[in-house]
Design a protein around this ligand. Sequence first.
Ligand SMILES: Nc1ncnc2c1ncn2[C@@H]1O[C@H](COP(=O)(O)OP(=O)(O)O)[C@@H](O)[C@H]1O
Ligand SMILES: [Mg+2]
Length: 241
Amino acid sequence: MANMADVLLDLRNVRAGYGDSVVLDDLSLEVKEGESLAVLGRNGMGKSTLFLTIMGFTRLTGGSVSWRGEDITRLASHRRARLGLGWVAQEREIFPSLSVEENLIVMARPGPWNLKSAFELFPRLAERRRAMGNQLSGGEQQMLAIARSLMINPSLLLLDEPLEGLAPIIVEELAASIGRMATEHGTTIVLIEQHADVALSLTRKAVVLERGAIVHRAASEDLLADSKTLDRYLGLKLEVI
Ligand SMILES: Nc1ncnc2c1ncn2[C@@H]1O[C@H](COP(=O)(O)OP(=O)(O)O)[C@@H](O)[C@H]1O
Ligand SMILES: [Mg+2]
């Protein structure tokens, strides 16, 4: 039996949305320490809403959210962040008028992630350490947004479509860094991604969301090989490598 202490995040029968509109319905999801989970699904299916709900930014009308076995369903967002929940929003949030290095330093909290380890993970940021946030390319901004979240030393990092809109060469570079974050550093990640093939190769487990509900759960490597399911839910025909 799994040790309860291993469970970081536990959503049970969550119902949540915005105002009167319900987006997530009866959604249950567990994330264990050291795990990596891909959240897949077409546009508008509720993926970002899931992260917003985990962070406490939506209206929750049913179910519960627990963190390390403690109920945080009614806990304010900033307090969830302090407990170790890290979130990189779909909109890249960086300080445009601070340098790369300053952007990182202002976020720093004690833990394994620091300037040195962040620059090792993102060598491109090390080269650009004196550049201002607003002088960075889209890919560099995304790397900085992720590196900033790591500097807080979260126990779990939610990544919302980090590869969206980036050139293929940058996608490759950033995906490699995200992979190393999970495998070498053991950072627990939940990754929302449109590039299903990349997301599945970077994670161990996967769920597919459809209209606010989890309609499929699988080991990532199994789903990667399951073109029928991928095609059904994502309309994707992946080439078998
Ligand atoms: N701030 C909001 N207020 C009202 N409805 C929203 C808001 N954000 C998203 N939605 C709605 O919630 C549904 C799920 O959106 P979202 O979670 O952003 O999907 P995804 O990230 O999978 O593309 C959509 O129907 C969207 O229109
Ligand atoms: Mg989204």
